[in-house]
Design a protein around this ligand. Structure first.
Ligand code: IPE
Ligand code: IPE
Ligand code: MG
Length: 237
């Protein structure tokens, strides 16, 4: 089982369009699939689930869609946190939250605080997140903390400052909706992650689809730069 699964939930708009519905109907359906995904991770013993909900570039969308997405985010937080807490889920939100409404920021902070003691599943929502932003905010904070080590900073020095420092790197990355790109998601952390792309649109990505992704992951050989023989323990390797 992958310990950490990271997902770009893409295809809500196209799902709605196919049904002659407004784009927001796809996002509403998408929230339902988040619920299903969380349940599936709890059942399968996945420890970390990280979901890309809103990228730093998504502000470029029509104001009406952005506003509806924010309302959905607020509603989901208000309605789901209690249940997440009961199921032992710890919720975190990563990204540049300063651009959100103060009331939404407050809602996020209280949801994080409420679920702080849970450890069955670590659920992370990336909102106004960008992989480049993450690396830069980490570099800036490191530079302030350790100015004397300038010129000698290492990867290990930077890692504690990254937004996902609490988690192991993702084992499995899933992107639904058919595009085969990272769209500025976890750039640093995906260095050795197994990538899985599917045409299935996010609102159709049910538990059966998730199991297909896991099955694909389980067939991969993760070499991390080594040879295949080294991994299988062949004495002649
Ligand atoms: C993903 O679905 C959800 C967000 C980016 C918030 P899209 O809204 O990108 O759906 P498509 O890609 O237009 O179908
Ligand atoms: C990526 O999807 C971001 C989220 C799913 C939140 P987009 O739909 O914004 O990505 P692009 O624009 O197709 O790369
Ligand atoms: Mg999209």
């Amino acid at each position: 089982m992958p310990r950490h699964v990271a997902v770009i939930m893409d295809g809500n708009g196209r799902w709605a369009k196919k049904r002659f519905l407004p784009r927001v109907a796809g996002h509403v359906k998408g929230v339902e699939l988040v619920r299903e995904m969380v349940r599936a991770c709890l059942e399968r013993g996945v420890d970390y689930l990280t979901l890309f909900a809103f990228s730093s570039e998504n502000w470029r969308r029509p104001a009406e869609e952005v506003s509806l997405l924010m309302q959905l985010f607020v509603k989901a937080l208000e309605q789901e946190v209690e249940k997440l807490d009961r199921n032992g889920v710890r919720l975190r939100v990563i990204g540049d939250l300063s651009r959100f409404d103060p009331s939404l920021q407050q809602l996020i902070r209280s949801a994080e605080a409420k679920t702080e003691a849970n450890s069955r599943l670590q659920l992370t929502i990336a909102a106004n997140y960008g992989g480049r932003w993450d690396v830069m905010q980490a570099v800036n904070r490191m530079a302030i903390d350790q100015p004397e080590r300038r010129g000698a900073w290492s990867e290990c020095d930077l890692e504690p400052y990254l937004s996902m420092s609490f988690a192991p790197e993702p084992d499995l990355f899933i992107r639904t909706g058919g595009e085969e790109r990272i769209s500025n998601f976890l750039l640093w952390q995906l260095a050795y992650t197994e990538l899985y792309f599917t045409q299935t649109l996010w609102p159709d990505f049910n538990t059966g689809e998730f199991d297909k992704a896991i099955a694909s992951y389980q067939l991969r050989e993760r070499r991390f730069g080594r040879t295949s023989e080294q991994l299988t323990g062949d004495p002649h390797a």
